[in-house]
Every structure is written in C-alpha cells, then in structure tokens.
Design a protein around this ligand. Sequence first.
Ligand SMILES: Nc1ncnc2c1ncn2[C@@H]1O[C@H](COP(=O)(O)OP(=O)(O)O)[C@@H](O)[C@H]1O
Ligand SMILES: [Mg+2]
Length: 314
Amino acid sequence: MPDVVVVGEIGRDLVLGVDAIPEPGGSADVTARREVLGGKGANQAVGLRCLAVGVGLVGVVGDDAAGADVLAQAERDGIDVSGVVRRAGAPTALLVDVVEPDGVRRLLESVDDAVRLTAEDVRAAEPLIASARLLLVQLQQPGPAVREALRLARAHGVRVVADGAPADDETRRAVLGGASVVRADDTEAALLLDRDLGGVDAAVDAAAALLDAGPDVVALAVGTEANVLAWSGGQVVMPLIDSEPVDPTGGGDAFVAGLAAALLRGDAPEAAGWFASAAAAATVSHLGGRPDLDRARLDEVARLTRAEHDAAPR
Ligand SMILES: Nc1ncnc2c1ncn2[C@@H]1O[C@H](COP(=O)(O)OP(=O)(O)O)[C@@H](O)[C@H]1O
Ligand SMILES: [Mg+2]
C-alpha cells in the first residue's frame, strides 16, 4: 500500500525546446523534444517515487491511446494506478510546454472537462486513500472532488498536504479547515487569502494568517525571490537556490513532493522546507516539468543552502 496518495491531473506532456518562437506565419526548428507522462498530479507522484516514497495516483485519463501510454508510463515509474479512472470517450489531457532559451516558457493546455475529477471518482479510491499516511491534493481539480478527498482523509485520519488555489469559497474553507500543510505560489496565495500579495513581507504576513486559519505548515512562493515557510513556532524565508533556470515548469510540483517526502520521513518543518526548495531548484534546471530527483543530492544542496543562509548577516 502506498505511503502517499496524490489526487490531481494526469496527462501527456509534450515539451518542445526552440531557439525562438516564430513570428506569426513563420516556423521554427524544434531543438529538443520530450513526450512524457505529465500533469501536476503525475509530476508530484513521479517526484515522490524518485525519493523512494510509495505512491498511488488518483486522476482521470481518457480511453484513448494517449491514456494507455501515460498509464503504462506511470506503472513503469512504480506508481499505483488503481485509483486512476479511464473515462470512456474522453480525450486524455495534453500539455504542450514550449521553451525558449533562458527559461522563457509558454504552456498550452488541452484539458477537457471530462478528464477532471468528480467526487464519485475520488470516492471510488477510498480504500487507497484510507491506507495512505499522507494525501496530497492538487487544488486545480474541481471543488467537489477536492472536498471529497478532504472528507475521506478526515474520516480515515490521513494527514493532508494541499497545493494550489481552491476552486471556490466552500473548498477554500474545507482546505484551511482540513489540510495540515498548505502550499501555494504567488497567484494562488492571493486567492487563498482573497487579497493581493507582493514581496517577502506580505508573504510572511500571509503565511501567518493562513497558519491561524488551521494548517500546521504553510509554504508560499514569493516570485523570483524566495519561498516563505511558516509553522506553529517559527518561520523562515528561503531565498531561491542559485541555478540556471532552463524551464520553470514543475518547480512547485517538485517543491510539494519534496516537502511531503521530507515531512513523511520525520524532518522538522524547516529542514523539510530546505529540502523542498532543493527539489524545486533541481527541477527548473532541466526541460519539462517531470522531476528527476536524487535524495542524497537534495540533502546535500539543502544542507549547504541552509548553512549559508544561517551564516549570512541579517
Ligand atoms: N532556484 C530555485 N530555488 C528554489 N525554489 C525555486 C527555484 N526556482 C523555482 N523555485 C520554486 O518553484 C516553485 C514554482 O511554483 P509553481 O508556480 O507552483 O510551479 P508549478 O505549478 O509550475 O510546478 C516556487 O515555489 C518557486 O519558488
Ligand atoms: Mg503550482
């Protein structure tokens, strides 16, 4: 039985590297191409697998060839796909990530409503969820599915990590009331709090406000500057780790996978935060959102970065 169940999007990810986006009417040679299992849920699951965590995935693919392909890849990745729904007649999600040099990314998303999770889809995965130690919910999914996942986690005493912005107000209340860990990028944090945020100070305040609302750990991204991590008893502003960003896709998904894996192995929140940051930095340094994480390497980067941060004058 998996340690972590991830509820979220599954799709086919087509990553194309180009020297420059062509002008309207023009064309360009593709310099790099990858076609892989993708989508936020799948990427988080792959990240956890890289870190030797047992993972089950709950999501929807179509009954088309792409669906069969990505499911087969998920199985090769060692992911339990018993909670994945193959929806008759639905087209599997296609995500096209076009990347120019220096990490300039354009994302095209073809995600039919039919491949979004319903509450019934999630309920069908109850045995899987009940057996997990941790449930990772991607909030991009529709409100009823997210709320059902939270309800099942509560019923079975499973700790919840939520990533993203809730679809509606009812879901937002359910997330803040039911999730132990909440993570969001800048835009998502503004939606969680219903106010605009800008800069580190605003994110620190926002993280404190979110902690008051229920979660034990809150992680918020602050643009190209930092990630703020707050927990009952402390907080840390973690500057981004120096890396050559090749493609920003999947940074957040790797962050949340790293955070979940580290908390699961018993790391204290701050250590888990540095580990998560190292996972994000590793993922944005290659093309495509599919993470390729090495636990020992992340531990080393996290240790060095934290030591550097603690030694810096403030
Ligand atoms: N060099 C880096 N070091 C640490 N964290 C990084 C680095 N580059 C990007 N990140 C983090 O990656 C995350 C990207 O978040 P998000 O927008 O949710 O990405 P996605 O949803 O595409 O996976 C942010 O938390 C950001 O701080
Ligand atoms: Mg994200």
